[in-house]
Design a protein around this ligand. Structure first.
Ligand code: COA
Length: 349
């Protein structure tokens, strides 16, 4: 038994263990030069300020659920087959305001009448989803849960906003969690989660909800249907909260920072990843990064980064990982796990 995750954390109940991981990126790639051809920006500005070189973007006619199904089916394949009894989709870009995207995804994954619902925690959604799934497993409500982070920010970005167009990309990543024990590699937890709703305006799509309704003929500024972000304040909040939350979860797990092999943080901006490393006093090479190739994919970013690092052989079985995320809400969350043995990422297309 691994003594540092004590049985107090699970109370003798089943722990959630990673059994499979899968991802999917839409085939169309938009480079910085492509953006510079239509907006007042440059490859040099975007690379220097964000570390991003390209991002994947959906074609019209495609929606978040399509990406979620592709990633979910690959995660199930990675886990050995289409067997799950709950589906969670973390997303800020659901197919529609109502109903949730997850039931459609569960049905298209061929999983039958399983519980399925969305998790709305913006870029922290995947970590929140892991926490909720762990609770379902600990309580015996489910024994095998598909947790999907899927977002298509290209559908909510202002086409004329050079800042957000440079930062965000579309994509989906998923894991299958199974009931197991807290001492086995792949066991997820404990968690640290938090929020600060007084800063909701830092990251927002103001219209389309109950506050500013999409009633035909109602005087809503069309720009209010687009994603809006106060970049500098978000930058500071991201560094502060991811570092703080990382420390809290390590203390709950009984791990020291020195024991952590890799930090897999929400891929918001390379400078944010570097600043989190500096704040924690970690060498930058312990921060997993794939932002150069995918940009900020919101809820999909952590599973995409995990799968890329696993495929590159960076995550050896048993490696100690710290996951930390920050996003609109504001929300933040962290967890730890040791990378499972014998789980290979299935990526696509
Ligand atoms: N190309 C060229 N110039 C750009 C630009 C672009 N794509 N985007 C912004 N600029 C300009 C601004 O208009 C501003 O010009 P000004 O000084 O004439 O007004 C200048 O660059 C500096 O803008 P600023 O916002 O101060 O830049 P920054 O260094 O803070 O970088 C972000 C902007 C968005 C990259 C950065 O703040 C960031 O990454 N924030 C966090 C974003 C994020 O991760 N959000 C999701 C969190 S979950």
């Amino acid at each position: 038994m691994d003594e540092d995750i004590s049985s107090r954390e699970t109370g003798g109940r089943p722990a959630a263990v990673v059994a499979g991981i899968g991802t999917w990126l839409p085939p169309r790639v938009v480079t910085n030069d492509d953006l510079a051809a239509e907006l007042d920006t440059s490859d040099a500005w975007i690379r220097t300020r964000t570390g991003i070189a390209r991002r994947h973007v959906i074609d019209s006619g495609m929606a978040t659920s399509d990406l979620a199904v592709e990633a979910g089916s690959r995660a199930l394949k990675s886990a050995g087959g289409p067997d799950a009894d709950a589906v969670l989709v973390a997303t800020t870009t659901p197919d529609r305001p109502c109903p949730a995207t997850a039931p459609d995804v569960a049905s298209r994954l061929g999983l039958g009448a399983v519980p399925a619902f969305d998790v709305a925690a913006v870029c922290s959604g995947f970590v929140y989803g892991l926490a909720v799934a762990s609770g379902l497993i600990a309580d015996g409500i489910a024994r095998r849960v598909v947790v999907i982070g899927a977002d298509t920010y290209s559908t909510i970005l202002d086409p004329g906003d050079r800042t957000t167009r440079a930062v965000f990309g579309d994509g989906a990543g998923a894991v299958v969690l199974r009931a197991g024990t807290a001492d086995e590699p792949g066991a997820v937890g404990p968690f640290d989660l938090g929020s600060d709703g007084s800063l909701a305006e830092l990251i927002t799509v103001p219209a389309g909800g109950s506050r500013q309704r999409s009633t035909p003929g109602a005087p809503v500024d069309p720009g209010d249907h687009y994603f809006q972000m106060q970049g500098k304040r978000v930058f500071r909040g991201a560094v502060e909260h991811m570092a703080q939350s990382a420390r809290s979860v390590l203390s709950r797990a009984g791990w020291s920072l020195e024991q952590v092999d890799h930090v897999v943080a929400h891929q918001a901006n390379q400078r944010i990843l570097d600043a989190v490393a500096e704040e924690l006093g970690l060498a930058r090479d312990r921060m997993v990064s794939n932002i150069e190739h995918v940009g900020n994919t919101s809820a999909a970013s952590i599973p995409l980064a995990l799968a890329d690092a696993a495929r590159a052989g960076v995550l050896r079985p048993g490696a100690r990982l710290l996951l930390t995320a920050f996003g609109g809400g504001l929300t933040w969350g962290s967890t730890v796990l040791r990378w499972p043995i014998g789980v290979s990422a299935v990526t696509g297309p």
